[in-house]
Design a protein around this ligand. Structure first.
Ligand SMILES: [Zn+2]
Length: 68
């Protein structure tokens, strides 16, 4: 099932975000609370979509904490 991997892709989008207290442990940038949306596609057809909230770094985009 090697070829399966190439047909599936996942996109992560930040729908909206606002500044939050805290700093990134990776780069020291500012953190923000973001509403995330993850869409998984199979052969360019979306079949799974998930909304979640996370604290992300505004500088490098690292997910510092997630609330599922
Ligand atoms: Zn960072």
């Amino acid at each position: 099932m090697v070829c399966f991997c190439f047909l599936v892709d996942q996109t992560r989008k930040v729908r909206r975000s606002k500044p939050a207290a805290g700093i990134c442990s990776r780069c020291g940038g500012g953190a923000s609370v973001a509403d995330m949306k993850t869409a998984t596609r199979f052969c360019c057809v979306p079949f799974y979509c998930k909304s979640w909230r996370a604290i992300i770094c505004t500088f490098c985009g690292a997910v510092l904490r997630s609330y599922h």
